[in-house]
Design a protein around this ligand. Structure first.
Ligand SMILES: *Cc1c(COP(=O)(O)O)cnc(C)c1O
Length: 393
Protein backbone atom coordinates (compact mmCIF):
# COMPACT_ATOMS: atom_id res chain seq x y z
CA UNK A 1 0.00 0.00 0.00
CA UNK A 2 2.80 2.36 0.90
CA UNK A 3 4.42 1.74 -2.47
CA UNK A 4 1.42 3.11 -4.35
CA UNK A 5 1.85 6.40 -2.60
CA UNK A 6 5.45 6.93 -3.53
CA UNK A 7 5.55 9.79 -5.95
CA UNK A 8 9.07 9.52 -7.18
CA UNK A 9 9.48 5.93 -8.09
CA UNK A 10 7.58 4.61 -11.04
CA UNK A 11 8.17 0.98 -10.02
CA UNK A 12 5.72 0.21 -7.21
CA UNK A 13 7.16 -3.28 -6.75
CA UNK A 14 10.19 -1.86 -4.97
CA UNK A 15 9.43 0.54 -2.15
CA UNK A 16 12.54 2.65 -1.67
CA UNK A 17 13.81 3.46 1.81
CA UNK A 18 13.77 6.87 3.47
CA UNK A 19 17.43 7.60 2.73
CA UNK A 20 16.77 7.17 -1.00
CA UNK A 21 13.53 9.15 -1.04
CA UNK A 22 15.06 12.05 0.88
CA UNK A 23 17.80 12.49 -1.72
CA UNK A 24 15.93 12.13 -5.01
CA UNK A 25 13.28 14.49 -6.23
CA UNK A 26 11.03 14.12 -9.25
CA UNK A 27 10.85 16.81 -11.91
CA UNK A 28 13.39 19.62 -11.79
CA UNK A 29 11.36 21.55 -14.39
CA UNK A 30 14.70 22.58 -15.94
CA UNK A 31 14.27 20.69 -19.19
CA UNK A 32 17.28 20.19 -21.38
CA UNK A 33 19.98 21.03 -18.83
CA UNK A 34 20.54 17.76 -16.97
CA UNK A 35 20.83 19.77 -13.77
CA UNK A 36 21.32 17.53 -10.73
CA UNK A 37 20.22 20.17 -8.23
CA UNK A 38 17.12 22.14 -9.18
CA UNK A 39 17.63 25.81 -9.99
CA UNK A 40 16.12 28.48 -7.74
CA UNK A 41 13.05 29.82 -9.53
CA UNK A 42 13.31 33.42 -8.43
CA UNK A 43 10.24 34.69 -10.21
CA UNK A 44 7.01 36.21 -9.01
CA UNK A 45 5.02 35.30 -12.11
CA UNK A 46 4.87 32.86 -15.04
CA UNK A 47 3.79 33.16 -18.68
CA UNK A 48 0.18 32.11 -19.05
CA UNK A 49 -0.45 28.60 -20.36
CA UNK A 50 2.93 27.05 -19.40
CA UNK A 51 3.12 23.23 -19.20
CA UNK A 52 3.81 23.27 -15.42
CA UNK A 53 0.51 25.06 -14.77
CA UNK A 54 2.22 27.83 -12.79
CA UNK A 55 0.73 31.30 -12.67
CA UNK A 56 1.99 33.37 -9.72
CA UNK A 57 4.42 32.33 -6.96
CA UNK A 58 1.97 32.98 -4.11
CA UNK A 59 -0.02 30.04 -5.47
CA UNK A 60 2.84 27.81 -6.55
CA UNK A 61 6.42 27.69 -7.77
CA UNK A 62 8.62 24.84 -9.05
CA UNK A 63 10.72 25.00 -5.85
CA UNK A 64 7.57 24.52 -3.73
CA UNK A 65 6.49 21.60 -5.87
CA UNK A 66 9.89 19.89 -5.74
CA UNK A 67 10.00 20.14 -1.93
CA UNK A 68 6.36 19.05 -1.62
CA UNK A 69 7.18 15.95 -3.67
CA UNK A 70 10.11 14.99 -1.44
CA UNK A 71 8.17 15.65 1.78
CA UNK A 72 5.20 13.57 0.61
CA UNK A 73 7.42 10.67 -0.38
CA UNK A 74 9.35 10.69 2.92
CA UNK A 75 6.06 10.93 4.85
CA UNK A 76 4.63 8.25 2.49
CA UNK A 77 1.48 10.19 1.92
CA UNK A 78 -0.41 11.58 -1.04
CA UNK A 79 -0.02 15.31 -0.50
CA UNK A 80 2.29 17.85 1.12
CA UNK A 81 1.81 21.62 1.09
CA UNK A 82 4.67 23.93 2.04
CA UNK A 83 4.43 27.18 3.98
CA UNK A 84 6.72 30.00 5.02
CA UNK A 85 7.19 28.69 8.58
CA UNK A 86 5.80 26.15 11.02
CA UNK A 87 3.55 28.90 12.38
CA UNK A 88 2.23 29.54 8.83
CA UNK A 89 1.37 25.84 8.56
CA UNK A 90 -0.48 26.03 11.90
CA UNK A 91 -2.28 29.18 10.70
CA UNK A 92 -3.30 27.41 7.48
CA UNK A 93 -4.94 24.58 9.42
CA UNK A 94 -6.56 26.87 12.01
CA UNK A 95 -7.94 29.09 9.22
CA UNK A 96 -10.25 26.23 8.17
CA UNK A 97 -12.17 26.56 11.47
CA UNK A 98 -15.46 28.43 11.83
CA UNK A 99 -16.74 30.77 14.49
CA UNK A 100 -17.94 28.70 17.46
CA UNK A 101 -15.82 25.66 16.61
CA UNK A 102 -14.12 23.91 19.50
CA UNK A 103 -10.55 22.60 19.26
CA UNK A 104 -9.59 20.01 21.83
CA UNK A 105 -5.89 20.68 22.37
CA UNK A 106 -3.17 18.77 24.16
CA UNK A 107 -2.32 20.96 27.17
CA UNK A 108 1.39 21.01 26.31
CA UNK A 109 1.28 22.42 22.78
CA UNK A 110 4.13 24.48 21.39
CA UNK A 111 3.97 28.04 22.78
CA UNK A 112 3.34 29.73 19.41
CA UNK A 113 0.38 27.41 18.75
CA UNK A 114 -1.10 28.36 22.11
CA UNK A 115 -0.54 32.07 21.41
CA UNK A 116 -2.17 31.77 17.98
CA UNK A 117 -5.29 30.13 19.39
CA UNK A 118 -5.58 32.35 22.47
CA UNK A 119 -4.58 35.72 21.03
CA UNK A 120 -5.64 35.48 17.37
CA UNK A 121 -8.21 32.80 16.58
CA UNK A 122 -10.10 33.39 19.85
CA UNK A 123 -11.00 36.82 18.45
CA UNK A 124 -12.79 35.07 15.59
CA UNK A 125 -14.77 32.88 17.96
CA UNK A 126 -12.67 29.70 17.79
CA UNK A 127 -12.79 28.02 21.20
CA UNK A 128 -10.10 25.82 22.75
CA UNK A 129 -10.05 23.36 25.63
CA UNK A 130 -6.78 22.03 26.96
CA UNK A 131 -6.55 18.43 28.07
CA UNK A 132 -3.87 15.92 29.02
CA UNK A 133 -3.97 13.35 26.22
CA UNK A 134 -2.01 10.81 28.26
CA UNK A 135 -5.09 10.62 30.50
CA UNK A 136 -7.66 8.08 29.20
CA UNK A 137 -10.48 10.53 30.09
CA UNK A 138 -9.31 12.62 27.11
CA UNK A 139 -10.66 9.89 24.82
CA UNK A 140 -14.09 10.19 26.41
CA UNK A 141 -13.84 13.97 26.07
CA UNK A 142 -13.53 13.61 22.27
CA UNK A 143 -16.84 11.78 22.16
CA UNK A 144 -18.59 13.98 24.71
CA UNK A 145 -17.35 17.41 23.63
CA UNK A 146 -17.65 16.74 19.86
CA UNK A 147 -14.84 19.15 18.92
CA UNK A 148 -14.28 20.32 15.34
CA UNK A 149 -10.66 19.23 15.64
CA UNK A 150 -8.21 17.50 17.96
CA UNK A 151 -4.73 19.05 18.09
CA UNK A 152 -1.82 16.94 19.36
CA UNK A 153 1.94 17.15 19.60
CA UNK A 154 4.25 14.29 20.56
CA UNK A 155 6.81 14.37 22.02
CA UNK A 156 5.89 17.70 23.62
CA UNK A 157 8.11 20.67 24.37
CA UNK A 158 10.09 20.75 26.62
CA UNK A 159 9.08 17.78 28.80
CA UNK A 160 8.86 15.20 26.00
CA UNK A 161 5.51 13.81 27.02
CA UNK A 162 4.55 11.04 24.60
CA UNK A 163 0.93 10.66 23.50
CA UNK A 164 -0.47 7.38 22.20
CA UNK A 165 -1.35 8.73 18.75
CA UNK A 166 -2.98 5.53 17.54
CA UNK A 167 -5.35 5.41 20.55
CA UNK A 168 -6.36 9.07 20.25
CA UNK A 169 -6.76 8.91 16.45
CA UNK A 170 -8.88 5.80 16.73
CA UNK A 171 -11.23 7.46 19.26
CA UNK A 172 -11.39 10.56 17.05
CA UNK A 173 -12.11 8.55 13.93
CA UNK A 174 -15.04 6.91 15.73
CA UNK A 175 -16.39 10.39 16.50
CA UNK A 176 -15.52 11.64 12.97
CA UNK A 177 -13.21 14.32 14.34
CA UNK A 178 -10.10 15.25 12.31
CA UNK A 179 -6.79 15.00 14.17
CA UNK A 180 -3.80 17.30 13.66
CA UNK A 181 -0.40 16.10 14.89
CA UNK A 182 2.51 18.51 15.18
CA UNK A 183 5.33 16.09 14.30
CA UNK A 184 8.21 18.59 14.45
CA UNK A 185 10.08 16.95 17.35
CA UNK A 186 9.96 13.49 15.77
CA UNK A 187 9.88 13.92 11.95
CA UNK A 188 8.44 11.27 9.64
CA UNK A 189 11.58 9.19 10.08
CA UNK A 190 10.83 8.66 13.76
CA UNK A 191 7.03 8.47 13.63
CA UNK A 192 4.40 8.68 10.90
CA UNK A 193 1.21 10.24 12.32
CA UNK A 194 -0.86 9.60 9.17
CA UNK A 195 -0.18 5.88 9.41
CA UNK A 196 -1.24 6.03 13.05
CA UNK A 197 -4.58 7.53 11.96
CA UNK A 198 -4.05 11.30 11.98
CA UNK A 199 -5.74 13.46 9.33
CA UNK A 200 -2.96 16.05 9.11
CA UNK A 201 0.72 15.80 10.00
CA UNK A 202 2.29 19.20 10.44
CA UNK A 203 6.01 19.98 10.67
CA UNK A 204 8.15 23.02 11.15
CA UNK A 205 10.72 22.22 8.45
CA UNK A 206 12.88 24.91 10.08
CA UNK A 207 14.03 22.26 12.54
CA UNK A 208 15.22 18.72 11.68
CA UNK A 209 13.99 18.65 8.07
CA UNK A 210 16.23 21.51 6.98
CA UNK A 211 18.68 20.81 9.78
CA UNK A 212 21.15 23.64 9.21
CA UNK A 213 19.52 26.55 11.05
CA UNK A 214 19.55 28.69 7.92
CA UNK A 215 15.93 28.76 6.69
CA UNK A 216 12.36 28.81 7.98
CA UNK A 217 9.59 26.63 6.64
CA UNK A 218 6.54 24.56 7.45
CA UNK A 219 4.59 21.77 5.81
CA UNK A 220 1.29 19.93 6.16
CA UNK A 221 1.03 16.33 4.94
CA UNK A 222 -2.23 14.48 4.35
CA UNK A 223 -3.87 11.64 2.42
CA UNK A 224 -7.23 13.45 2.30
CA UNK A 225 -7.84 15.30 -1.00
CA UNK A 226 -10.31 17.73 0.61
CA UNK A 227 -7.78 18.70 3.29
CA UNK A 228 -5.09 19.07 0.66
CA UNK A 229 -7.35 21.46 -1.28
CA UNK A 230 -7.87 23.52 1.90
CA UNK A 231 -4.11 23.73 2.48
CA UNK A 232 -3.43 24.83 -1.12
CA UNK A 233 -6.18 27.44 -0.74
CA UNK A 234 -4.67 28.74 2.54
CA UNK A 235 -1.18 28.90 1.02
CA UNK A 236 -2.45 31.26 -1.67
CA UNK A 237 -5.40 33.05 -0.08
CA UNK A 238 -3.66 33.87 3.23
CA UNK A 239 -0.26 34.53 1.66
CA UNK A 240 1.39 31.84 3.79
CA UNK A 241 3.74 30.60 1.06
CA UNK A 242 7.50 30.17 1.57
CA UNK A 243 10.19 31.72 -0.63
CA UNK A 244 11.62 29.69 -3.53
CA UNK A 245 15.10 30.11 -2.03
CA UNK A 246 14.08 28.72 1.37
CA UNK A 247 12.41 25.75 -0.36
CA UNK A 248 15.62 25.18 -2.28
CA UNK A 249 17.66 25.20 0.95
CA UNK A 250 15.20 22.80 2.64
CA UNK A 251 15.26 20.51 -0.42
CA UNK A 252 19.03 20.42 -0.01
CA UNK A 253 18.85 19.99 3.76
CA UNK A 254 16.43 17.06 3.74
CA UNK A 255 18.84 15.00 1.63
CA UNK A 256 20.96 14.36 4.72
CA UNK A 257 18.06 14.08 7.19
CA UNK A 258 18.35 10.29 7.59
CA UNK A 259 22.12 10.53 8.15
CA UNK A 260 21.95 13.50 10.49
CA UNK A 261 19.06 12.20 12.51
CA UNK A 262 20.66 8.79 13.01
CA UNK A 263 23.75 10.46 14.47
CA UNK A 264 21.75 12.94 16.53
CA UNK A 265 19.55 10.22 18.03
CA UNK A 266 22.60 8.10 18.83
CA UNK A 267 24.32 11.06 20.50
CA UNK A 268 21.15 11.98 22.42
CA UNK A 269 20.69 8.47 23.80
CA UNK A 270 24.33 8.40 24.98
CA UNK A 271 24.01 11.85 26.59
CA UNK A 272 20.73 10.96 28.29
CA UNK A 273 22.31 7.90 29.90
CA UNK A 274 25.43 9.82 30.86
CA UNK A 275 23.48 12.68 32.43
CA UNK A 276 21.22 10.28 34.33
CA UNK A 277 24.31 9.06 36.20
CA UNK A 278 25.63 12.56 36.85
CA UNK A 279 25.54 13.61 40.54
CA UNK A 280 24.51 17.19 39.68
CA UNK A 281 21.55 16.08 37.58
CA UNK A 282 18.27 15.55 39.40
CA UNK A 283 16.35 13.83 36.60
CA UNK A 284 16.55 13.10 32.88
CA UNK A 285 13.65 12.86 30.44
CA UNK A 286 14.22 10.92 27.21
CA UNK A 287 11.40 8.96 25.49
CA UNK A 288 13.17 5.60 25.15
CA UNK A 289 14.58 5.47 28.68
CA UNK A 290 13.03 3.08 31.18
CA UNK A 291 12.33 5.98 33.59
CA UNK A 292 10.21 7.86 31.00
CA UNK A 293 6.54 7.76 32.10
CA UNK A 294 5.34 6.76 28.60
CA UNK A 295 8.31 4.60 27.59
CA UNK A 296 6.07 1.73 26.42
CA UNK A 297 4.16 3.99 24.02
CA UNK A 298 7.41 5.63 22.87
CA UNK A 299 9.00 2.25 22.08
CA UNK A 300 5.94 1.21 20.08
CA UNK A 301 5.37 4.48 18.26
CA UNK A 302 8.82 6.01 17.78
CA UNK A 303 11.75 4.61 15.83
CA UNK A 304 14.41 5.93 18.20
CA UNK A 305 13.94 8.29 21.11
CA UNK A 306 14.55 11.50 19.16
CA UNK A 307 17.38 13.96 19.65
CA UNK A 308 16.03 16.18 22.42
CA UNK A 309 17.02 15.48 26.01
CA UNK A 310 15.52 17.42 28.91
CA UNK A 311 17.14 17.47 32.32
CA UNK A 312 16.38 18.94 35.71
CA UNK A 313 19.06 20.45 37.93
CA UNK A 314 18.39 21.02 41.59
CA UNK A 315 19.59 24.61 41.39
CA UNK A 316 18.40 28.18 41.26
CA UNK A 317 17.43 29.82 38.00
CA UNK A 318 20.71 31.77 37.98
CA UNK A 319 22.83 28.65 38.48
CA UNK A 320 21.03 26.76 35.72
CA UNK A 321 21.52 29.74 33.43
CA UNK A 322 25.23 29.85 34.34
CA UNK A 323 25.64 26.15 33.43
CA UNK A 324 24.13 26.84 29.98
CA UNK A 325 26.45 29.79 29.50
CA UNK A 326 29.52 27.77 30.55
CA UNK A 327 29.15 25.36 27.62
CA UNK A 328 31.42 25.55 24.62
CA UNK A 329 29.79 23.30 22.01
CA UNK A 330 26.17 23.95 22.94
CA UNK A 331 25.00 27.39 21.87
CA UNK A 332 22.39 28.83 24.19
CA UNK A 333 19.58 29.53 21.74
CA UNK A 334 15.95 28.87 20.95
CA UNK A 335 15.08 26.42 18.15
CA UNK A 336 16.25 22.86 17.70
CA UNK A 337 17.03 20.17 15.19
CA UNK A 338 20.15 21.59 13.53
CA UNK A 339 23.50 19.84 13.21
CA UNK A 340 24.86 22.15 15.90
CA UNK A 341 23.93 21.38 19.50
CA UNK A 342 21.80 23.99 21.22
CA UNK A 343 20.78 24.42 24.83
CA UNK A 344 17.69 26.20 26.10
CA UNK A 345 16.78 27.33 29.60
CA UNK A 346 12.98 27.70 29.28
CA UNK A 347 12.57 29.64 32.57
CA UNK A 348 14.61 32.55 31.18
CA UNK A 349 13.99 32.01 27.44
CA UNK A 350 10.96 30.32 25.78
CA UNK A 351 8.76 30.39 28.89
CA UNK A 352 10.03 33.65 30.46
CA UNK A 353 6.66 35.38 29.96
CA UNK A 354 4.59 32.46 31.27
CA UNK A 355 3.01 32.98 34.72
CA UNK A 356 4.46 31.02 37.68
CA UNK A 357 1.18 29.05 38.02
CA UNK A 358 1.18 27.92 34.39
CA UNK A 359 4.91 27.15 34.56
CA UNK A 360 4.40 24.95 37.57
CA UNK A 361 1.41 23.25 35.88
CA UNK A 362 3.58 22.55 32.81
CA UNK A 363 6.46 21.35 35.00
CA UNK A 364 8.85 24.12 33.90
CA UNK A 365 11.13 24.47 36.91
CA UNK A 366 14.00 26.93 37.33
CA UNK A 367 16.51 24.12 36.94
CA UNK A 368 15.00 22.65 33.76
CA UNK A 369 17.28 22.60 30.72
CA UNK A 370 16.49 21.34 27.20
CA UNK A 371 19.26 20.03 24.97
CA UNK A 372 18.90 19.82 21.20
CA UNK A 373 21.65 17.35 20.44
CA UNK A 374 23.60 17.90 17.22
CA UNK A 375 26.03 15.89 15.12
CA UNK A 376 29.24 16.77 16.97
CA UNK A 377 31.40 13.98 18.38
CA UNK A 378 29.56 12.71 21.43
CA UNK A 379 32.75 12.47 23.54
CA UNK A 380 33.28 16.21 23.06
CA UNK A 381 29.69 16.91 24.07
CA UNK A 382 30.09 14.81 27.23
CA UNK A 383 33.34 16.57 28.18
CA UNK A 384 31.67 19.91 27.64
CA UNK A 385 28.61 19.09 29.76
CA UNK A 386 30.80 17.66 32.52
CA UNK A 387 32.93 20.80 32.72
CA UNK A 388 29.86 23.07 32.76
CA UNK A 389 28.15 20.98 35.48
CA UNK A 390 31.37 20.99 37.49
CA UNK A 391 30.99 24.75 37.92
CA UNK A 392 28.08 23.97 40.28
CA UNK A 393 30.22 22.28 42.92
C1 LIG B 1 9.45 25.58 15.95
C2 LIG B 1 8.17 24.88 16.11
C3 LIG B 1 7.00 25.37 15.50
C4 LIG B 1 6.98 26.66 14.74
O1 LIG B 1 7.78 26.62 13.61
P1 LIG B 1 8.47 27.92 12.96
O2 LIG B 1 9.11 27.36 11.75
O3 LIG B 1 9.42 28.48 13.97
O4 LIG B 1 7.37 28.88 12.66
C5 LIG B 1 5.83 24.66 15.68
N1 LIG B 1 5.79 23.53 16.42
C6 LIG B 1 6.89 23.03 17.01
C7 LIG B 1 6.77 21.80 17.82
C8 LIG B 1 8.10 23.68 16.89
O5 LIG B 1 9.19 23.20 17.51
Amino acid sequence: MAAERIHLLQHPATAPADATLAIHHGESFADGTGTVMPPIYATSTFAHGNPGGFDYTRSGNPNFRILEGVLASVERCDHATVFGSGVSAITAIASTLQQGDLVLCEENLYGCTVRLFEQVFAKFGVRTEWVDFTDPSALTAIVERQPAMVWLESPTNPLLKVIDLEAVCSAARGAEVPVVVDNTFATALVQRPLQLGATLSLTSTTKYINGHSDALGGAVCTDAPDWHARMVFAQKALGLMPSPFDCWLITRGIKTLPLRLRQQIENAAVLANHLAEHPQVDWVRYPHRADHPQQAVALRQMQGGGAIVTIGLNTSREQAYAVCKALRWFTMAESLGGVESLICHPATMTHAAVSPEVKSKLGITDGLIRLSVGCEDVADLITDLDQALATLS
